[in-house]
Design a protein around this ligand. Structure first.
Ligand code: ADP
Ligand code: 5GP
Length: 218
């Protein structure tokens, strides 16, 4: 086994899903988790206020700017970024590292800056960019979700432009036009990653098959 094989075999998959706000990342990840309940969704920390219906600890850990600063200083965040030019968002380090080491698959829904940091920190991460079929469709979804004031919608559109500029750092691109097809595509990426040779004990299987062949063919 090479070092890389030894490290990868038994480790969980880290799926990073990015793309503009309102494109459907959360909806697609929920669809993936319905099909694969063992995949864990990392709960981010944020300094923004909860939206109606959002639950602390489930949707986000809602923290004060001072607490966020403390977490950065203490090295408790695997990555963090200022998103939409206003609030800070970050991924707690310990749950992700523990899950991966225990062979548990994890999905992160973060922005392109976070995806870039994760790629540097954990090169095995699989980076997926979700794009809308058009700007018009994106705007309709953002407005249809009805969670933001018009000014916040505009901020999210500006961030979307920045996200589009960084599409090139990702491994996979999924255009979320038909939702079912987009969830199928996300699942296909996940399933393909599970089948990577370096994740399997392929030398063990190879030795057994060759042993069986030896008996049959001698
Ligand atoms: P994100 O997590 O990227 O911010 P959401 O998952 O909250 O986006 O989706 C934003 C809105 O768009 C939601 O109201 C969701 O139901 C809707 N949506 C998601 N995917 C599609 C799609 N393929 N076609 C139409 N509407 C969609
Ligand atoms: P919202 O405020 O609409 O929930 O999220 C805004 C954006 O922040 C989302 O598009 C999401 O990708 C990004 N985001 C959420 N959590 C994190 C995180 O932990 N790290 C980073 N870098 N971005 C995040």
């Amino acid at each position: 086994m090479t070092d890389r094989d030894a490290r990868a075999a038994g480790r969980g998959i880290l799926l990073v899903v990015a793309g503009p706000s309102g494109v459907g990342k959360g909806t697609m990840i929920s669809g993936l988790l319905e099909r694969h309940p063992r995949v864990q969704w990392s709960v981010s920390c944020t300094t923004r206020d909860p939206r109606p219906g959002e639950v602390d600890g489930r949707d986000y850990h809602f923290v004060s700017p001072a607490e966020f600063e403390r977490m950065i200083a203490a090295g408790e965040l695997l990555e963090w970024a200022i998103v939409h030019g206003t609030h800070a968002y970050g991924t707690p380090r310990v749950p992700v590292e523990e899950a991966l080491a225990a062979g548990q698959d994890m999905v992160l829904e973060i922005d392109y800056q976070g995806a870039r940091s994760i790629r540097q920190a954990l090169p095995e991460a699989v980076l997926v960019f979700v794009a809308p079929p058009s700007t018009e469709a994106l705007l309709a979804r953002l407005e249809g979700r009805n969670t933001e004031e018009p000014e916040a919608v505009l901020r999210r559109l500006r961030s979307a432009r920045t996200e589009f500029r960084h599409m090139g750092i990702f491994h996979f691109l999924i255009v979320n036009d038909d939702l079912g097809a987009a969830i199928d595509a996300l699942e296909a990426v996940y399933l393909a990653e599970r089948q990577r040779l370096h994740r399997a004990d392929w030398q063990g299987l190879q030795a057994r098959l060759l042993g069986e062949m030896e008996e049959r063919l001698s």
